[in-house]
Design a protein around this ligand. Structure first.
Ligand code: UDP
Length: 328
């Protein structure tokens, strides 16, 4: 169990906590690094840079409380000194990434989570797992509450991500029950914002870059499938609250504002002022038909609510992609 002192270090914001973030050079990881540094904490960013990017954290190196470790979390990880909390965010996270990297995806969810939990145990650190709405698969319950067990195809192409995260949740709970590690599990729904990778194939970077370039927006299927998009700053606030809470059970974080992919394409066309048409392409295998988080638990336990409206978050994201496309 973490010592009383460790718990206090995380909760009392006047004292610097030392936070390890695996996948810290990724999209969400880099925003977490920034947030903890802004809160006055010390951040150790660990990444193997398979899908992460040094550009995401380059601006943080001027801060003496920031350090970077180039390591693969699926191997033995060594970090010197004390650690108060480990946030395990390393993983390919977009469908095309995990289709291209199926074995690495399974390894980082299983072996990587094991290494992170082992480190948390020896350091008496709190451990927070980045899980996903994909644990619900193609859901038969809508919206999805945390006590829904999901509808996942274990042998389909998406199964490598879904099952890795489900295993990671099981292992995290086992370390909590067997070894008393103070664990937290966040189930992250579709999140967007600056630092999403241009070519990661997810709907947000695809549609924005297509619209900015005047290319057709590639809507998969008939575009009637739904998603609910949360701006990254809202997500980060929820994660920080969860880390500081005493909630061991998984908590959904996402924005319940649900819309169809077709409506989303039309929104992007409007906000970018683009003349791009829409082109319909085949729906990927096992693509969930609906997705919307039930965030009652986050509201109740964390007093958390997403605050950033879709259009405001998208405007910031479009500005980011515009800048990236101009410097290319
Ligand atoms: N999608 C699409 N066009 C694209 C990329 C994605 O229509 O160019 C669809 C995809 O089929 C899915 C939704 O947008 O229904 C969200 O896809 P994404 O890859 O962002 O994440 P997912 O929610 O499926 O994990």
């Amino acid at each position: 169990m973490p010592s009383v002192d460790t718990q206090a270090r995380i909760e009392r914001r006047r004292v610097i906590a030392r936070i390890l973030i695996t996948g810290g050079a990724g999209f969400i990881g880099s925003h977490l690094c920034e947030r903890f540094l802004a809160d006055g904490d010390e951040v150790v960013c660990l990444d193997n840079l398979i899908t992460g990017d040094m550009d995401n954290v380059a601006h943080l190196f001027v801060n003496p409380r920031f350090s970077f470790v180039h390591q693969d979390v699926t191997n033995y990880i060594y970090v010197s000194g004390h650690i108060d909390a480990i946030l395990h965010f390393a993983s390919p996270a977009s469908p095309i990434d995990y289709l291209e990297l199926p074995i690495q995806t399974l390894k980082v969810g299983s072996l990587g989570t094991h290494k992170g939990l082992g480190l948390a145990r020896v350091k008496a650190a709190r451990f927070l797992l980045a899980s996903t709405s994909e644990v619900y698969g193609d859901p038969l319950v809508h919206p999805q509450p945390e006590d829904y067990w999901g509808n996942v195809n274990p042998i389909g192409p998406r199964g490598v991500y879904d099952e890795a995260k489900r295993f990671a949740e099981a292992l995290t709970m086992a370390y909590h029950r067997s070894h008393g590690v103070a664990t937290r599990i966040v189930r992250i729904f579709n999140t967007y914002g600056p630092r999403m990778r241009l070519g990661d194939g997810r709907v947000v970077p695809n549609f924005i870059t297509q619209a900015l370039r005047g290319e057709a927006l590639t809507v998969y299927g008939d575009g009637s499938q739904t998603r609910s998009f949360c701006f990254v700053d809202d997500l980060v606030e929820g994660i920080v609250r969860l880390l500081r809470s005493d909630c061991v059970h998984p908590v959904n974080l996402g924005n319940p504002h649900e819309l169809s992919v077709r409506e989303f394409a039309e929104t992007i066309i409007r906000l970018t002022g683009s003349a791009s048409p829409i082109a319909f392409e085949p729906l990927p295998v096992d693509d969930p038909k609906v997705r919307q988080p039930d965030v009652s638990a986050a509201r109740q336990i964390l007093a958390w609510e997403p605050r950033i409206a879709l259009e405001d978050g998208l405007s910031k994201t479009i500005a980011y992609f515009q800048e990236r496309l101009e410097v290319r």
